[in-house]
Design a protein around this ligand. Structure first.
Ligand SMILES: C[S@@+](CC[C@H](N)C(=O)[O-])C[C@H]1O[C@@H](n2cnc3c(N)ncnc32)[C@H](O)[C@@H]1O
Length: 244
């Protein structure tokens, strides 16, 4: 298993998703000798998980059953341990598209936060691209590194523990795109420009407050960015009924 490559069989050390229903799932680190409690009873990793195919229906000790799913960035976003506010799939999808990311892209991101966006970026740029992600909170940076190792994507990402507004991304002239999700993005626009390739690239900044957006747009203009626009992405779900 890796977050960028499908593995058929559940193995020791994998991160798997225990699916009880669409509103009820959680991630589990598969380990020989470990058990996981669910409302349907216990799952024994050695006998119930390791060696079984992803997607298997596993019967728990009280007779109820769950599905064991292969992890994806989308499932991780729905189930990850929150250390910060995170980005969700609706925003992530438009960010990925508007930054024109594809396999081989080089992306800079700050802050890493809980790694929700990072996992999606890594999957998009794999197998030949790279994510440089900057987080100034030491424990969050270390936890993100640990998760990238556990999810077997560490070769696709560099986590740097520093203040992006003071010290930038640690790279220059290599990025195709830069993404910012920090409280004062306007202070990082100059560093974003230095990180981007000399021929240019794309930048996106995510902010909850319009005052932050205004200051960031102004800074982008001052640093020579063009075609600046501001979007709010709203997802509307319909419950469609039909006769059979
Ligand atoms: C809202 S979270 C990012 C969430 C992330 N986009 C995700 O999807 O999980 C913002 C993160 O930026 C970090 N941060 C804030 N200012 C920063 C700075 N100047 N340099 C680096 N990281 C910063 C915070 O510590 C926090 O972890």
């Amino acid at each position: 298993m890796s977050f960028v490559e499908y593995g058929d069989t559940i193995q020791d050390g994998d991160t798997a998703i225990v699916f009880l229903g669409h509103e009820s799932m959680f991630p589990v680190k598969v380990q020989h000798g470990t058990v996981t409690q669910t409302k349907y009873g216990v799952i024994r990793h050695s006998t119930d998980l390791i060696g079984k195919k992803y997607g298997s229906k596993v019967t728990c000790s009280k007779g109820g059953w769950v599905f064991i799913l292969h992890p994806t960035p989308e499932l991780w976003t729905m189930n990850l341990p929150h250390r910060t506010q995170i980005l969700y799939s609706t925003d992530i999808s438009i960010i990925t598209m508007m930054l024109e990311l594809k396999p081989g892209s080089i992306v800079c991101e700050s802050g890493t936060g809980s790694g929700s966006l990072s996992h999606a970026l890594i999957r998009t740029v794999a197998p030949t691209g790279h994510l440089y992600t900057v987080e100034f909170h030491q424990q969050r940076a270390e936890k993100a590194r640990e998760e990238f190792r556990e999810h077997r994507v560490e070769h696709l990402v560099t986590v740097t523990n520093q203040d992006v507004c003071k010290n930038g991304f640690g790279v220059s002239d290599i990025a195709d795109a830069v993404f910012l999700d920090i409280p004062s993005p306007w202070e990082a626009i100059g560093h974003a420009k230095s990180a981007l390739k000399a021929e240019g690239g794309r930048i996106c900044s995510f902010s909850p407050c319009i005052e932050q957006v205004q200051r960031t747009c102004l800074a982008m203009e001052e640093y020579g960015f063009t075609e600046i626009n501001t979007l709010e992405i709203l997802l509307r779900v319909y419950n469609v009924l039909w006769d059979t």
